[in-house]
Design a protein around this ligand. Structure first.
Ligand code: ARG
Length: 458
C-alpha cells in the first residue's frame, strides 16, 4: 500500500496522478540525499538540545537517517510512489524504521528551511569541486605559458594580426580570467555560508530550537537572521549560476581560441588525437569537437541562470512551489562544468604548439607598424604624425617589404635603426613593463598567479 503524503491530514483525497507527477521532484532532487541526511542529523541534535527527544532517541534518529542515506547511495532504498521529493522519502524511510520516533523528526522544521539548507550544503561541496578543477586548469595553463614565455606569435584584434606577443602572455590572459572566477566562487562561498535550518516554514517555531548550534554542526559560519528571508530567497543559487555563467563564458572563449589556433589554415597548434573527433564521411578530418563543445556549453549555463532569474522575478516573499524550479538549472550548470573542465584540462595539457609556424607568421610588416610609430615618438614626433607617416610608409612599399628598405631610406623616414625594429623577439622584449607580453613579464605573471593559488588553498 503506498503511504500517504506527509500533509495528508487536511486533504479529502490523494493528489490526482497528473498533479502528483507534475509536482514530484524526486527525479532530480535525489542528488540532495546525503545533504538531507546531514541536515536532518543536525536537526535531531537540535531537538535533543531542546528536550523534544531524548539523547537516546536522537541517536536512534541519526542512525536511521544514516541507514536510509546509505541505502539511497547504494541503490537498495525502495522509493514509494507517494514520495514527493527526497525530503519526504528520507523522512518516510526513517519512520518506516522507527515508527512513532521517526514521526518526531519533523518537529520545528519544514521542507522549506530543509531544502534551502540542503541546497546550500550541495553548493558548498560542488563549488569546491568546480574550483578545484578550475585551479587545475589554471596550473595547466601556467605550465604551458612558462614553456612558451619566449614563443612569439602574432597577437590579434578583430582576429587580424596586430602586434607580436608571446604565446605565454596569451595563455596567461586566460589564466587571469579564471583566477577572477575563483575569487568570485570564494566570495560567493563566504556570502552563502549561512544556515537556513530552524527558520521552519517561514516563522521559526515555538520549540526553543537553537539555529546557531545547528549551523555550527553543519559547518556554516552563522545561522539566518530573518526566517522569512531564509526560506524565500534563492539569491545564493542565483549567484552560483551567475558565477558559473561567467566561468563558462571564459571557458567558451578558451575553446574558441583553441579551435582557431588549431585551424589548419592557421596551423599554429595541433590538438592531440585524444581531443579530436573524426568525420563520419571524410577520412582526413580531425575536428576540434572538444573545443567547440566547451565553446557552446556556456550558452546552456547562461540559460540556466536566466531560467532561475525568470522564476524569481516578481515572486512575493515566502516559499512558493515555484522555488522548486531552482534545482534543475543549478544541477545542470554544475554538471556541465564538471564535464567541460576536465576535457579542457586534458586538451591544454596535450596540445602541441607549432613554435616555428608562429615565428614564421611574425614575418608580417604590419605587425611592426606600432613599433615604428613609437620609435618616431621616441625621436620627438607627435604620435598622430608618427601614425600617419608610418601608414604612408607602408602604403608606399608596393611590392617591396620593410626589410628591403635601405639605410638611407630609413634615415630619411626619420629612424636610423629602423630595420632593427622588424624583429618579433625585440618587439616583445621592448614591452618589458608590468603586464606586458615580454618573457620577463610572463615569468612574473606566472609566479604571481601561482602565489595566489597557494594563498587560496591555505
Ligand atoms: N521539493 C520542494 C522544493 O524543492 C521542497 C519544499 C516543499 N515545500 C512545500 N511547501 N511544498 O522546493
Amino acid at each position: 500500500m503506498p503511504s500517504e503524503p506527509l500533509w495528508a491530514g487536511r486533504s479529502s483525497k490523494p493528489p490526482a496522478p497528473e498533479a502528483h507527477a507534475l509536482g514530484r521532484s524526486l527525479r532530480f532532487d535525489v542528488r540532495l540525499a546525503a545533504y538531507d541526511v546531514e541536515a536532518s542529523v543536525a536537526h535531531a541534535g537540535a531537538l535533543r538540545d531542546a528536550g523534544i527527544v531524548t539523547a537516546d532517541e536522537a541517536n536512534r534518529l541519526s542512525a536511521a537517517l544514516n541507514e536510509v542515506g546509505d541505502a539511497i547511495a547504494d541503490g537498495s532504498f525502495v522509493f514509494d510512489d507517494a514520495d514527493e521529493d527526497i525530503h519526504s522519502a528520507i523522512e518516510r524511510g526513517v519512520t518506516d524504521r522507527l515508527g512513532d520516533l521517526g514521526a518526531k523528526l519533523h518537529a520545528g522544521r519544514s521542507r522549506n528551511d530543509l531544502v534551502a539548507t540542503d541546497v546550500r550544503l550541495w553548493m558548498r561541496a560542488t563549488g569546491r569541486r568546480i574550483t578545484g578543477l578550475t585551479a587545475m586548469l589554471v596550473r595547466t595553463l601556467i605550465a604551458r605559458a612558462r614553456e612558451n614565455a619566449r614563443t612569439v606569435m602574432p597577437g590579434s584584434t578583430h582576429t587580424r594580426p596586430a602586434q607580436p606577443v608571446t604565446l605565454g602572455h596569451h595563455l596567461l590572459a586566460h589564466s587571469w580570467a579564471l583566477m577572477r572566477d575563483l575569487q568570485r566562487f570564494d566570495e560567493l562561498d563566504a556570502r552563502s555560508n549561512v544556515s537556513p535550518l530552524g527558520a521552519g516554514a517561514l516563522a521559526t517555531s515555538t520549540l526553543g530550537l537553537d539555529p546557531s548550534a545547528t549551523a555550527e554542526r553543519l559547518g556554516f559560519a552563522s545561522a539566518f537572521r530573518n526566517s522569512l528571508d531564509a526560506v524565500s530567497d534563492r539569491d545564493a543559487v542565483q549567484e552560483f549560476l551567475a558565477v558559473t555563467s561567467i566561468l563558462a563564458t571564459h571557458l567558451s572563449r578558451l575553446g574558441a581560441d583553441i579551435a582557431r589556433l588549431t585551424d589548419p589554415a592557421i596551423g599554429w597548434a595541433q590538438l592531440d588525437d585524444g581531443y579530436t573527433t573524426g568525420s563520419s564521411m571524410r577520412p582526413q578530418k580531425a575536428n576540434p569537437d572538444t573545443a567547440e563543445l566547451v565553446r557552446a556549453k556556456a550558452a546552456r549555463i547562461g540559460a540556466d541562470f536566466t531560467t532561475l532569474m525568470s522564476v524569481l522575478i516578481g515572486l512575493p516573499l515566502g516559499y512558493h512551489r515555484d522555488l522548486q524550479e531552482d534545482k534543475e538549472p543549478l544541477f545542470d550548470a554544475a554538471g556541465t562544468l564538471e564535464l567541460t573542465l576536465p576535457a579542457m584540462i586534458g586538451a591544454i595539457e596535450t596540445i602541441r604548439f607549432d613554435v616555428e609556424a608562429m615565428r614564421a607568421a611574425c614575418e608580417d610588416d604590419g605587425l611592426y607598424a606600432t613599433d615604428i610609430a613609437e620609435a618616431l615618438v621616441g625621436e620627438g614626433v607627435p604620435f598622430r604624425e608618427a601614425h600617419r607617416r608610418t601608414g604612408e610608409l607602408l602604403r608606399s612599399l608596393g611590392d617591396r617589404r620593410l626589410k628591403d628598405l635601405s639605410k638611407e631610406e630609413w634615415h630619411s623616414f626619420g629612424l636610423s635603426e629602423g630595420a632593427d625594429l622588424l624583429d618579433p623577439e625585440r618587439s616583445v622584449a621592448a614591452r618589458s613593463g608590468p603586464g606586458g607580453p615580454s618573457p620577463g613579464s610572463v615569468e612574473e605573471q606566472a609566479a604571481a598567479i601561482e602565489r595566489s593559488l597557494t594563498e587560496r588553498r591555505s
